[in-house]
Design a protein around this ligand. Structure first.
Ligand code: FAD
Length: 300
């Protein structure tokens, strides 16, 4: 019930626009690194000091105007320059819909090309985040086009999709982030039960660890993490073939612990004023995150 409520709220464009105007509220500041690049670089430096690398996401969705998509592109280019100038250990995560996928495919491709090209000059990786099923194939198409000229680009495999196994085999030579999947998908396309999703998640992770280029295992689920630790040990998979990823502000102790155990660890660092959809999806995934909101309201 709560999951559906927050998932519905995450897609409410009116609330999304209102949230942009009023800054980080409702506890969002606990899971969003800052509203500008300066604050974000500071957060990255702090995480780097613990041996944690970062992937930076300039928050944004519901983009239907070219002007807004161009602004987002400019901001991401500035982030890339800032990563280079500050010599921090970080790469980029971006969402195709923020860069115009819902406006025009070629316009979006051109925006992405500019970003990937700038990042390639500094040897910075760019991850194409995956959104809902309606954007899945076009996002893979973007990856296909970009990878003809660049090798600093990768994407995400969402384990809830039935087609995930086929996709992971096709893209095994890319740096891939494997996740459970964050959107509400119909059963026509995706597993609905946690057990089925978890089983497919483990299957995909194991397959890519054995056959793929580099695997980012993105989860806060300690059962999955413990399983992966045992699996890599049993199969002699070296630490430089994979990393764990978690979102900024979640399970910080565990993030530090995994890094101190010698595993590569990467924190997903979202920043910017367009935090609303991202924050609502986090509440949908784990209603206990409501604590963040409640504490915020009562600490006033
Ligand atoms: P869940 O299934 O949410 O939780 C499993 C169990 O772990 C819980 O029952 C609980 O016991 C424990 N747990 C989880 N969180 C906590 C916590 N905060 N504190 C204590 N215990 C906890 N999705 C996409 O669709 N596209 C993307 O591009 C994408 N990128 C992502 C990048 C990163 C780095 C991460 C971490 C996630 C990303 N996701 C993405 C979201 C992902 O698909 C899941 O929706 C999200 O991670 C929740 O699933 P989970 O694997 O973390 O565990």
């Amino acid at each position: 019930m709560l999951k559906d409520l927050f998932m519905g709220l995450s897609q409410n464009q009116l609330l999304n626009s209102a949230a942009k105007k009023y800054g980080l509220k409702l506890g969002a500041q606990n899971v969003v690194a800052g509203t500008n690049i300066e604050e974000t670089i500071k957060s990255i430096k702090e995480l780097n000091s613990h041996g944690i690398s970062c992937t930076v996401d300039n928050l944004g969705e519901f983009v239907y105007e070219k002007e807004e998509a161009t602004e987002a592109k400019e901001q991401i280019l500035k982030v890339i320059d800032a990563i280079h100038e500050n010599d921090v250990d970080a790469h980029i995560s971006l969402k195709p819909t923020q860069l115009g996928l819902d406006i025009d495919y070629t316009f979006c491709l051109n925006n992405l090309e500019e970003i990937v090209d700038r990042a390639s000059k500094y040897n910075i990786h760019v991850n194409i985040d995956m959104e809902d099923n309606s954007h899945l194939q076009p996002s893979f198409d973007l990856l296909d086009e970009l990878s003809r000229n660049y090798d600093n680009v990768g994407t995400v495999i969402q384990a809830y999709f039935y087609r995930a196994e086929e996709d992971i085999q096709k893209y095994k030579n890319f740096r891939l982030r494997i996740v459970k999947g964050a959107y509400k998908e119909p059963k026509e396309f995706a597993y609905q039960e946690k057990k089925e999703i978890d089983e497919n998640f483990i299957k995909l992770i194991e397959w890519h660890l054995l056959n793929g280029k580099f695997t980012s295992i993105a989860t806060h689920d300690h059962n999955i993490i413990n399983h992966v630790k045992k699996f890599v040990k049993a199969n002699n998979i070296p630490n430089d073939k994979f990393e764990f990823q978690m979102l900024y502000g979640f399970r910080r102790e565990m993030q530090l612990q995994l890094a101190s155990e010698g595993y590569n660890f990467c924190t997903y660092v979202p920043f910017g004023s367009d935090w609303y959809g991202y924050f609502m999806r986090r509440l949908a995934e784990r209603p206990q995150n409501l604590n963040l909101v409640v504490k915020q309201v009562f600490n006033k």
